[in-house]
Design a protein around this ligand. Structure first.
Ligand code: NDP
Ligand code: BG6
Length: 512
């Protein structure tokens, strides 16, 4: 089977998937993401014998770092951030083929040096290798890197399709529709779509992959998965952390660009899309795009579908924390939102009339990501809400993180001679059933890119479709400045104004 036809749902992390000989080049190799996620991901793939026998790692960046020092930095990153301890023998095998190339992202000579370095690896090996370029720099240099890869001939196809160069590009993919289209245009100049892997690390999370399995491998859900049985869907991606040391980036981004446009929209698409005709990457991505197309334009303003807010001083983990505008690197008059809530309508046969509520924020009451599907109530002819009958709507919730699992709220009889009812929760927890040391999202995603599987990555038209929904909102917010920007105390569940979004449908936000 050609590598491009493989996909994770069918093949899993099988040792037999066999990535071809590969050189992974990380641009921005001295950065935070490289240390916290990428190097540990490569190491853990190595530990599981999932790297090809001929595997090479090259760091690239402006800072001159000798090879030895880069290897030491990488080992330190593994010690600090890997889910499994550094085993010297396993690391030695990867370290032996790890090196560093210093140079500017806009310097054509540096890319020639990179090409010569890769050529030398191929010469030593006596065969061609595929190059996987991981762009892990701030977005300001995405375009120069792509242009220089193209100009140096590094994006060109090799003889066999399996050995085509590939590029993984970090988020944010653009900051609005026009910039996303421009970035797609640059990519298309040098790469074909199957060579491009736009990352959204939520797709690499085990629980997110399990969404499709739950929906389409269990007969009980799909017949109910529509407007006749479901009254609303809530998607929450809440973080306890504040903006931390990423103030410079976050000021230019905000919750809508940082989380809603990408992570929560991916959760929405997988929850609401039609069954794909197969588990093929294109079939799944086609359905996600179709779903995004059916989303109605969002209304802004007082009675609109969107609420934005920033956190004020409050308490997190029992400690006082400053408000967003008092954080380091943040403009004291900032109009950047750290919280956004959205009410979406999907105008298709399955979902018309069912509100989808999305919210994401920093410094919220606790870290939790979940998708909660609430079902319509049965007729109240036998059990009507009252003294004896405490009834809740059936709610199925996918807990994406932490404490990954699935739970269902049902109504049950309280044991006793009198008939009384109470809502109860039926729980499935991944850690109890499967243990807790599962692969990190980046492990799966780096491996999938190596074998050319785009299922868990965002296609170009998909990202543009999502930006089409949010660009008018971002423009309206930019024009309004501070007006309409709410606040919420750090450590809370968000601004009270967000409640009004749900009140129209007599819904309330869950406190997961
Ligand atoms: P960093 O700010 O750590 O930057 C990575 C590297 O890029 C730096 O070590 C530096 O290397 C180079 N760099 C930094 N600033 C500039 C600049 N202004 N111009 C050119 N080069 C620069 O970024 P992260 O590692 O945090 O993030 C990398 C990418 O991953 C970003 O696109 C980010 O949005 C995305 N991302 C990050 C996450 C995270 O948790 N960190 C989470 C999700 C996505 P040198 O000076 O050696 O060239
Ligand atoms: C990143 C955002 O994409 O996702 C961060 O840029 C956010 O602001 C992070 O903290 C959350 O990821 P996770 O996997 O910790 O939920």
């Amino acid at each position: 089977m050609a590598d491009t036809q493989r996909h994770p749902f069918l093949h899993g992390l099988s040792k037999h998937r066999g990535a071809p000989p590969t050189v992974v080049v990380i641009f921005g190799a001295s950065g935070d993401l490289t240390a916290r996620k990428l190097i540990p991901a490569v190491y853990n793939l190595g530990l599981d014998s999932l790297l090809p026998t001929d595997f090479y790692l090259i760091g690239f960046g402006r800072k001159p770092i000798p090879d030895d020092e880069f290897r030491t930095l990488a080992a330190d990153a593994i010690k600090e951030f890997s889910r499994r301890e550094l085993q010297p023998e396993a690391w030695k095998r990867i370290a032996a083929n790890t090196s560093y190339v210093a140079g500017g992202y806009d310097d054509p000579d540096a890319f020639q040096r990179l090409k010569e370095h890769i050529d030398a690896i191929e010469k030593k090996l006596g065969r061609e290798v595929q190059s996987l370029f991981y762009i892990s720099t701030p977005p300001s240099v995405f375009t120069p890197i792509l242009e220089n890869l193209g100009a140096a001939g590094l994006a060109e196809k090799y003889a066999g399709q399996a050995l085509q160069s590939k590029v993984i590009i970090e988020k944010p993919f653009g900051r609005d529709l026009a910039s996303a289209q421009a970035l797609n245009g640059t990519l298309r100049k040098y790469f074909t779509e199957p060579q491009v892997f736009r990352i959204d690390h939520y797709l690499g999370k085990e629980t997110v992959q399990d969404l499709l399995v739950q929906r389409f491998s269990n007969a009980i859900f799909e017949p109910l998965w529509n407007r006749n049985f479901i009254s609303s869907v809530q998607i929450t991606v809440a973080e306890e952390v504040g903006v931390g040391s990423r103030g410079g980036y976050y000021e230019q981004s905000g919750a809508l660009r940082d989380m809603i446009q990408n992570h929560t929209m991916q959760l929405l698409a997988l929850t609401a899309m039609e069954p794909p005709v197969s588990l093929d990457a294109e079939a799944i991505r086609d359905e996600k795009v179709r779903l995004l197309r059916a989303i109605q334009p969002l209304r802004t303003g007082a009675e609109g579908d969107v609420v934005r807010a920033h956190y004020a001083a409050g308490m997190t983990g029992g400690k006082p924390v400053p408000g967003y505008r008092e954080e380091e690197g943040i403009n004291p008059d900032s109009a950047t939102e750290t919280y956004a809530a959205i009410r979406l309508s999907i105008n298709n046969w399955r979902w018309q009339g069912v509100p989808f509520y999305l919210r994401s924020g920093k410094r919220m009451a606790r870290r939790v990501s979940e998708i909660a599907v609430t079902f319509r109530r049965p007729p109240g002819t036998l059990f009507a809400e009252g003294d004896r009958f405490q009834l809740a709507s059936n709610t199925l919730s996918f807990q994406i993180q932490p404490d990954e699992g699935l739970s269902m709220i049902l109504n049950a009889k309280i044991p006793g001679l009198e008939t009384r009812t109470q809502p109860v929760k039926m729980n499935f927890r991944y850690s109890t059933t499967f243990g807790s040391n599962t692969p990190e999202a980046y492990e799966r995603l780096v491996l999938d890119a190596m074998i050319g599987d785009g299922t868990l990555f965002i296609r170009g038209d998909e990202t543009e479709q999502s930006w089409k929904i949010y660009t008018p909102v971002l423009e309206a917010w930019a024009a309004a400045g501070q007006q309409g920007l709410e606040s919420y105390p750090a450590g809370s569940w968000g601004p009270t104004a967000a409640e009004a979004l749900l009140a129209k449908n007599h819904d309330v936000w869950r406190q997961p």
